[in-house]
Design a protein around this ligand. Structure first.
Ligand code: SF4
Length: 377
């Protein structure tokens, strides 16, 4: 009976229907290897149909401009208080130097995010500081795609300056931000967020800011931090919210939408002890991540066709394996990464394009460089 149910759900998915939240939970709760193998092959077939066999990658450079942060997310090994050992805040010259290094190494994208640093202001306002971050890069390198500032950072700026989210997003867009990372989503469930990130924006605010970005013409990515305290029901509810958000953007003809889904399995090695103890392990469980990767393809693929694993979280081998479970993109070169590496991830912080190409080729799949918005080079 259990098997029949899984077969029925997968058959419907293969016919092109969206599966329901209840069906998604049924898939996620499978432990039988045969059922899991069927879920994998369905995800792989859908991936092939929806986006083909080519696996893409992007040459990008990460800039985490400060790790000084006013919040205390329970999974975060990156944040510091001002004056702590290891606290840093890049100056303009350092930011430009990192962008220049990225350009020299072929980057088409700068991905920029940072801690919520209350001192990061110009003339007592937060927004001018963020605009200067953008201008520092874009004046020198107008051709670079700037993928910057999470919904949490947008809310931080709006709160500090007492302005609307739409005003912040419009100003950032007009200054040169080209798209926004859909980070700070963690799990879009307020019960989980109360434990994981009690000071962060709640679910409704995350959804509102991302939808506002879409309406104002800024594409976003979408993410999920998985494998900590959340249940399968909460994982599926998260996917459901992303799917609805994308349907809203597409059916209303918004000028922008979600470009991809990235699964970010929790790495707890250096995370603050209470959450690390509660989760009870330091590195992600690959099999759990792969099953969720496949279910995310089945759940979202009709609406969000691009799916990316995180080689920073899973290591390159794990991320390469995820390409067989529904992913069609292996992400970026990054060149530098602090947030997950400070959490004790084993994946490293830089993957030269050739390393990504070789990993893709090892599966017998073709590879192609893309830009941030999935236009192929
Ligand atoms: S996850 Fe982000 S907002 Fe939360 S403590 Fe870390 S740097 Fe701050």
């Amino acid at each position: 009976m259990k098997h029949k149910t899984v077969d029925d759900i997968l058959d419907r998915a293969l016919l092109g229907y969206d599966i329901s939240p209840i069906e998604g939970v049924v898939l996620l709760k499978q432990t039988d290897p045969q059922a899991i193998a069927l879920i994998q092959s369905t995800a792989d077939t859908l991936r092939q149909r929806q986006v083909g066999d080519v696996v893409t990658y992007v040459i990008n450079r990460n800039i985490n401009f400060t790790n000084i942060c006013e919040q205390h997310c329970s999974f975060c090994a990156f944040r510091r208080d001002d004056g702590d050992r290891g606290a840093y805040w890049l100056d303009w010259a350092q930011i430009l130097e990192k962008a220049t290094d990225g350009v020299k190494r072929g980057a088409t994208e700068i991905c920029m995010q940072g801690g919520l640093n209350p001192q990061a202001q110009i003339n007592g306002k937060s927004l001018p500081y963020y605009l200067k971050l953008v201008e520092t890069i874009k004046q020198e390198f107008p051709q670079l795609h700037l993928h910057a500032f999470s919904p949490q950072e947008v809310q931080f700026i709006a709160r500090v300056d007492g302005v609307k989210y739409a005003d912040v997003i419009t100003a950032l867009r007009d200054a040169g931000v080209d798209s926004m990372p859909g980070t700070a989503a963690e799990v879009l469930d307020d019960e989980v967020r109360r434990v994981l990130c009690p000071e962060k924006i709640d679910t409704a605010t995350w959804l509102e800011i991302v939808s506002t970005a879409h309406q104002l013409g800024l594409h976003t990515t979408s993410t999920m931090l998985s494998g900590h305290i959340e249940s399968p029901e909460q994982q599926i509810a998260h996917l459901e919210k992303l799917r609805s958000l994308q349907i809203t953007a597409m059916k209303n003809g918004y000028p922008a939408k979600i470009t991809e889904f990235i699964l970010l399995p929790f790495v707890g090695q250096e995370a603050p002890k209470p959450l690390r103890r509660r989760v009870g392990r330091d590195q992600p469980v690959l099999s759990d991540s792969l099953l969720l990767t496949a279910v995310a393809r089945i759940y979202l693929g009709n609406w969000i066709p691009n799916h990316q694993p995180s080689w920073v979280k899973l290591g390159l081998d794990g991320a390469t394996t995820a390409l067989l479970w529904g992913c069609n993109d292996i992400g970026g070169t990054l060149m530098e990464e602090h947030i997950t590496s400070m959490a004790g991830a084993v994946g490293g912080t830089y993957m030269p394009p050739e390393t990504l190409q070789n990993a893709i080729a090892s599966l017998g799949r073709p590879y192609q460089q893309r830009n941030t918005l999935y236009q192929k080079h």
